[in-house]
Unconditional design. Structure first.
Length: 172
């Protein structure tokens, strides 16, 4: 076999990592995790958007809060994608792919009040918690304890974000 033929064969090799979970579990879990990854990317960008466009008398506090939260959200991106690969799936390939899979809505408004920013992020984090719990249920169904364990920590982090956003937006 020529070097060119060998290279073409390698390029066509499947990306599927061997997994003991089974083909159906890999397909279903990869699909859920990719949707979750798309939502996390959308929430990260929205949180950064609001961080960049924050204004008003609580600017510094809100700006720092959203910066901290966006870093926490971003820290889940690679572990989610790598988990998809570890279980034998393939992951998102582009922003367009992520955009088609995400369930959270964008906010392209020219101006959003600080209170509306906090409320929207609180709702989106709450939705993300629901998606994570749904994915956890699927992990339980297929016996994927490793992904379930990761999700438990991410759910806790998202619940903390919801709590902070709620308390920050309350007026005494």
């Amino acid at each position: 076999m020529s070097d060119t033929s060998k290279a073409k064969t390698r390029q066509k090799a499947a990306l599927n990592t061997p997994s003991t979970l089974g083909e159906k579990a890999t397909r279903d879990l990869s699909g859920e995790l990719n949707a979750l990854l798309a939502d996390v990317l959308a929430l990260y960008l929205k949180t950064k958007n609001f961080h960049w466009h924050m204004s008003g008398p609580y600017f510094r506090d809100y700006h720092l809060l959203l910066d901290e939260q966006s870093d926490e959200i971003y820290a889940t991106v690679d572990p989610i994608a790598e988990r998809v690969r570890k279980i034998g799936g393939t992951t998102l390939r582009s922003l367009g792919h992520a955009s088609r899979m995400k369930r959270l809505l964008d906010n392209d408004a020219d101006f959003v009040t600080p209170d509306d920013m906090l409320a929207e992020l609180r709702e989106d984090n709450g939705s993300l918690i629901g998606y994570m719990r749904k994915t956890h249920e699927l992990c339980d169904e297929y016996g994927d304890v490793a992904t379930a364990s990761l999700l438990e920590n991410w759910i806790d982090e998202a619940e903390r974000r919801v709590w902070f956003l709620f308390e920050t937006s309350r007026r005494a």
